[in-house]
Design a protein around this ligand. Structure first.
Ligand code: PAF
Length: 281
């Protein structure tokens, strides 16, 4: 497995391939990431993972400094999974100058939900993903894998790829979960033992909210505000600090009308750890 530290090295190596299959990550890999690699392998002629903790997508008070960095361990896992190339630039390689030029996603999609609570987050994500795509797909188009756990991220990147006509086919992959339903996430390692036992309540709350929304039928738009508030209140009573629990239409995450395909999305803090999850219903 090649570990490329520079853009030049990566581009030179990928010259000989026709269809890279790419899995962008921030490292601290879990089974969800390894599943993306396994699914990527048959889709391209070379499998590439990136490991880069992208400062641009963190707010000043967020966990950029403490984000778990486990590079050696990650490389062992990627090697075992049959990954061919790891792109692991340092910050000055991707951002040799302060990044004043940014990719600005559509506020209608990017300033709601996660974007409301993490302003600028999707600008940071789009900017780095654009750079990574230019690096990996410098010579040919290919395929890139994204987990559906970051549902809004997948929609934002889909819109970016479409609007810039990037030669990248996106594949959204189902969320991997622990046996109790907790979505796998690098941030789960911040949870204490007690919090870890409680954490599955988020996916349960989304499931309950989804079921209640489905019962509303035609009256969905009127039902939702109360159902969502009740769902958040139940989590508050258990000691959570929810940012949002809501039902949106899958297509563009706007308020749904009866008959729309739906997704339930949630973000909530448990102690110091902010968890997100979603469920297509
Ligand atoms: O989903 C992630 O891990 C990150 O947002 C990504 C896509 C690697 C960009 O930094």
């Amino acid at each position: 497995m090649l570990i490329a530290r520079s853009l030049v090295e990566l581009r030179q190596h990928l010259q000989r391939f026709e269809r890279p299959a790419f899995v962008p990550t921030m490292g601290n890999l879990h089974d969800g990431h390894l599943n993306l690699i396994a699914l990527a392998k048959p889709l391209g002629d070379v499998t590439v993972a990136s490991i880069f903790v992208n400062r641009l997508q963190f707010l000043p008070h967020e966990d950029f400094a403490s984000y778990p960095r486990t590079f050696e361990d990650d490389c062992d896992k990627l090697r075992m999974q049959g990954c061919d190339v790891v792109f692991a630039p340092d910050e000055t390689e991707l951002y040799p100058q302060p990044q004043t030029f940014k990719v600005q996603p559509d506020p209608a999609l990017a300033d709601i939900l996660e974007g409301q609570f993490r302003p600028g987050f999707f600008t940071g994500v789009c900017t780095v993903v654009m750079k990574l795509f230019h690096a990996v797909f410098a010579h040919s188009g290919g395929v890139a894998m994204f987990g559906k756990k970051d549902y809004q991220q997948l929609l934002v990147i889909t819109q970016m790829v479409r609007q810039f006509a990037l030669p990248v086919e996106l594949v959204g992959v189902e969320t991997r979960r622990s046996a109790d339903g907790l979505a796998l996430s690098s941030r789960n390692r911040y949870l204490s033992q007690e919090e870890r036992a409680e954490a599955m309540q988020l996916s349960m709350a989304l499931h309950q909210l989804g079921q209640a929304a489905l019962v509303c039928g035609e009256t969905l738009p009127d039902c939702l505000p109360q159902l969502q508030e009740q769902a958040m209140e139940r989590l508050r009573l258990r000691g959570w600090q929810p940012d949002y629990l809501c039902v949106r239409r899958r297509l563009d995450l706007q308020l749904p009308l009866a008959g729309d395909a739906l997704v339930v999305l949630g973000a909530a803090k448990l102690g110091q750890t902010r968890l997100i999850d979603n469920l297509e219903i």
